[in-house]
Design a protein around this ligand. Structure first.
Ligand code: ZN
Length: 149
């Protein structure tokens, strides 16, 4: 199996079996976003306690890239401090950026470990689809902003 096939399998698995799909009932931050160019919709529920993400849930509909990205993200942020989540978001952004100039963070830091998210790196070859992959991360950025203000 090629790496490309492996990555496609990971994306489809998250699309068909999204992790953390649903809504949170306990007090949480809710953010949502849309990607009109593809018709993707995504919403994030997240609980942050003492600076750590303790729970997340996702809602939405759209293409496999947007929904898989959200599923992977919702799983990846659990148990991370806000700094680690920022590192994760930055590391993802660097992976998805074609232009040079974005500096990766120290790969030994916990937030630098992308895990399943690495499967999305092939998307950067398709600039239109990068917006799909980015959509969940814009809702996360909004949530982090709400958490820190
Ligand atoms: Zn899309």
């Amino acid at each position: 199996m090629s790496l490309q096939e492996l990555y496609r399998g990971v994306i489809l698995d998250h699309y068909r079996n999204p992790r953390r799909r649903g809504k949170l009932t306990a007090d949480h931050i809710h953010t949502e976003g849309k990607n009109p160019s593809c018709g993707d919709e995504f919403a994030l529920d997240v609980i942050i306690e003492n600076g750590v993400v303790t729970d997340s849930a996702i809602q939405g509909q759209g293409c496999s890239i947007s929904q898989a990205s959200g599923s992977m993200m919702a799983d990846a942020i659990i148990g991370k401090t806000l700094d680690e989540v920022q590192d994760l978001a930055h590391t993802f952004k660097v992976m998805m950026t074609i232009e040079e100039g974005e500096n990766p963070i120290d790969p030994d830091r916990p937030g630098a470990v992308l895990g399943d998210l690495e499967a999305l790196q092939g998307v950067r070859k398709f600039p239109v689809r990068i917006k799909c992959a980015d959509l969940p991360w814009t809702t996360l950025a909004d949530a982090l902003e709400q958490a820190t203000t």
